[in-house]
Design a protein around this ligand. Structure first.
Ligand SMILES: Nc1ncnc2c1ncn2[C@@H]1O[C@H](COP(=O)(O)OP(=O)(O)OP(=O)(O)O)[C@@H](O)[C@H]1O
Ligand SMILES: O=C(O)[C@@H](O)C(=O)CO
Length: 422
């Protein structure tokens, strides 16, 4: 294994696994596996990039640090020469962490300074200019992310937000320097002297420069865009051959869509899907009182098999706030996580073959419960969302980050899981 990734959630892990498996298109990507948690076995020797999915974005920061260091040790034991710490392209975190503390712990363990912090993902509209993160034409803090149920992002200044989470100053390398090329950027990073340095990027060519500048960097941190240029380094140096992906014939069998994400994008996708497909809203009150549970969800999903049925708890920021005030934030998310995870488990146990899950925390809960083993990366459904193939469960999945995907994502995903190879 050459490249190792520690991802702080499961959808983010498939996002970056997708980027690394595809590389820059021309030279190809790396042979990539996504692991659901830290494996207790050694990787297959043919795997060139290993992506470890953790559910560490919203856990206490000491737990996030401990899990990430354990993942680092496993990746180093597999031979990785470079590590990427993958977090959200909207920098999802609170003033206490977890991005800063994890990045600092990894940098300390690897003994490096001048570590790139770059959440940019231009294909999904995330760009960084003068250290400020934009979602399309809006500052992060005006993009809807200020209402996130777990990590409300109320400041778009990534340097300032990260400074709240770390010890010491945070650096900034602006677009001007990036556009002077890889040598200039490498030099600027080496001279900066600070452990973590926010680096601007507004399009894929900036990310390619960052990738070249980081060819020898033991640690890179960012969204999936930060890894865009990394496979080409291993291919150019002859360490990897350049992989162009294999065929995927599609899976036959019942399909289900579960959405726990409350992002604007997911809510739009739910509304769109409801116009032509069976949908089951999941009222939080009824989950908390036990009136609705796995049996109701499962019978709905199986009854509508073949029609891309969707069960969702997705709700508006006002509804989320009200539920959190009534029951407590963690109680609600634990109850919903448990419901989605157990439903997914029962669905696969009953012969379900195709599963689409929306939301990082929700996907993490589901994927951990399913014991998927390692998954192969199949075709891309929409930017940042690949098909995942689990040999262990004989099932195919898509784990969608809350904000990703076009309006018709759910229909497209259900269809592609059935026939993407053709
Ligand atoms: N109706 C609801 N009321 C309150 N909380 C909810 C409701 N529905 C979902 N939630 C909680 O909101 C959170 C949604 O997080 P999740 O990570 O799954 O989606 P997301 O934040 O949109 O996705 P991503 O992390 O990929 O951006 C979960 O903790 C979930 O339990
Ligand atoms: O980077 C992103 O936006 C996604 O991969 C993600 O992590 C959202 O949960």
């Amino acid at each position: 294994m050459l490249l190792g990734v520690i991802a702080d959630d499961f959808t983010g892990a498939s996002d970056i696994a997708n980027t690394i498996a595809r590389g820059n298109g021309e030279s190809g990507g790396l042979v990539t596996s996504q692991y659901m948690g830290i494996p207790d076995y050694n990787a297959d020797p043919t795997v060139e990039a290993g992506v470890i999915s953790l559910k560490s974005r919203s856990v206490p920061k000491a737990d996030a640090v401990a899990l990430s260091l354990e993942a680092l040790r496993w990746l180093k034991a597999q031979g990785c020469r470079q590590i990427v710490f993958k977090y959200c392209s909207t920098f999802d975190s609170t003033p206490q962490g977890n991005i800063g503390p994890v990045a600092q712990a990894l940098a300390a363990e690897l003994g490096v300074d001048g570590v790139v912090v770059c959440p940019a993902f231009p294909k999904a509209g995330r760009t960084i200019y003068q250290g400020h993160l934009f979602v399309h034409d809006r500052l992060l803090s005006e993009s809807g992310m200020q209402n996130h149920p777990l990590t409300p992002m109320t400041d778009a200044d990534i340097r300032r937000w990260l400074s709240l989470q770390v010890t010491g100053d945070v650096g900034l390398i602006s677009l001007n320097t990036v556009r002077q090329g890889a040598d200039a950027l490498r030099q600027a990073l080496a001279q900066d002297g600070r452990q973590l340095v926010v680096v601007d990027a507004v399009d894929d060519s900036d990310l390619a420069i960052i990738g070249r500048a980081c060819a020898e960097a033991p640690l890179v941190t960012g969204g999936s865009g930060a890894a865009l240029g990394l496979p080409a380094n291993f291919i150019a140096s002859g360490q990897a051959r350049g992989h162009h992906g294999g065929g995927f014939a599609g899976a036959v069998g019942p399909e289900a869509i579960l959405a726990g994400s409350c992002s604007g994008a997911t809510r739009g996708q739910v509304d769109h899907h409801a116009k032509g497909h069976p949908v089951l809203p999941i009222p939080v009150d009824q989950v908390m009182t036990g009136e609705i549970g796995v049996p109701q969800l499962l019978s709905f999903l199986l009854e509508h098999s073949g029609k891309a049925p969707l069960a969702y708890s997705s709700a508006t920021p006002e509804e989320v706030r009200a539920a959190q005030e009534r029951y407590g934030r963690e109680n609600v998310s634990d109850a919903l996580d448990r419901l989605f995870a157990s439903t997914a488990q029962a669905f696969l146990d009953q012969g379900g073959k195709r599963l689409v899950v929306a939301g990082g925390e929700t996907s993490g809960a589901v994927a951990q419960a399913l014991d998927l083993g390692e998954v192969m990366i199949g075709p891309e459904i929409d930017p940042g969302v690949p098909i995942l193939i689990s040999a262990r469960r004989d099932a195919v999945l898509a784990l969608k980050s809350g904000n990703f995907g076009q309006q018709d994502f759910f229909r497209k995903a259900a269809n592609m899981l059935a026939w993407a190879g053709s």
